[in-house]
Ligand binder design. Sequence first.
Ligand code: FE2
Length: 248
Amino acid sequence: MIDLHTHILPGIDDGPTDWDDSLALARALSQAGVTAVAATSHMKPPTWDNRAEALTGLRVELSQRLDEEGVRLQIHPGAEHWWCGAVLDRLVAGGGQTYGTGTAALLEFHPIEGPRLFEQRLDRLWEHGIIIVLAHVERYKIFEGRDGFRRLARLVDKGLVAQVNLGSLGRGFGWSRGGAAKRMVQAGLIGLACGDCHRVKDVEPAYDRGLKALEKLGGTGVVERLLWRNPSRLLDGIEVDPWSPPQF
Ligand SMILES: [Fe+2]
């Protein structure tokens, strides 16, 4: 499996605080069956004003340390870009950190407030050839309810890649996030599933409970598409594979 949303680099955001924690998370992901990740540390000024050069240095060092330990986990480029003018301008100017060797970028915004000028700014990113991957779509108020689902469906039709957190899928249907996550998968709106793991304790809810819940919703086909085929394509800057869900 390929996980395109992890906070695995040490000491630069709310992920691991040091190399021991970072390596422990890498081992746990590898043991769960993950073969490659994108290291998507936050780019969220002023709290975590991480730049591409710093991320590259840490990624290279993590790969070296994993090689020395014999842990088979590839570390690909990435970042979780915060939706604000400064970061979006940086992304358009080539100073963000897109996935792998392509032009796909992971973005997030405030779950309740929602982004300003959302659709205009999406259009601007698309005009610059960026494939937009929206992190943990099940969290956002703007996609709640019937109208929210319709809004998300319109954006997915235009090319937005909606990412769901596996940990949300492992929650009960009655939970707002768990329920939204499952319904979004069933509706065929989701293009990518990820762990969004920050530390070792996040791995089991994602890759045991969450993965089982995903398989129950869509069978092995949906797991293959959301955790192998589509992430492989995004690392190469290719649009995700469209999927028509079974009718429920
Ligand atoms: Fe994240």
